[in-house]
Design a protein around this ligand. Sequence first.
Ligand code: 5RP
Length: 265
Amino acid sequence: PAPPSAKPSPPPAANGAVTQEELKRVAAHRAVEMVESGMTLGLGTGSTAAHALDRLGELLRSGELTGVAGVPTSLKTEAHAARVGIPMLSLGEAAAVGGGIDLSIDGADEVDPELNLVKGRGGSLLREKMIEGSGGRFVVIVDESKLVPRLGCTGAVPVEVVPFGCDHTLGLVRKVFDGLPGFTARLRTVVSKDGEGKEKKEVPFVTDNGNYIVEMFFEDGIRGDLNEISDRLLRITGVVEHGMFLGMATSVVVAKKDGTVALLH
Ligand code: 5RP
């Protein structure tokens, strides 16, 4: 495939400090060092994972890596991987041909001290969980702003739901946290424009799987047994999956502002 046009690195911050984008790039490149020729990879989604895709493309084009194939966790990642020349397999093909996924590399929205994650604020949680939980190592790449004392501290915990009866499902999700001070949940929406870009209206965000996303917000993060909460959410008919990735990460690469990179296990 034709090499993609070189993408300029993001400019350094005006005050000379290292930018968050640069930290994402550093973490991604460190994880790509773990990739060996012949591996089948889970290809993550998001701005941090995008740096890993670019680096993998470079190494494949230069011949430093050969025989690598990836299973993309979203349509966006599929398009990106195609652009940078990463051969791709479906999840089924990866199992049948490549003996399964050897290594997945993906970003996260939050990482707690036990390496539990919130993922899916980009909306790709279902395919991410299917691929990254299918076997092999799962290396998470973050800048240090993603480290939190408890999941749900910095923003929404997403839950993918089927569109049918989504308002009813939203009510059932709210019931799981009945009476919890500060808890709210709502359907994720986006503003859609008409053909001429004049009329704007709020419509549900639709995932790659044709589903909707319920966003759960916690005042000070989720306190309590995460596995029990996970079970209660997954028992709701209408919930497809949630964005808490519990006990799934095998290691986390953290790029820090002081220039160091930590590898957490
Ligand atoms: C997408 C994800 C992303 O990995 C997560 O949102 C982190 O994204 P970014 O690297 O852009 O901060 O789970 O569904």
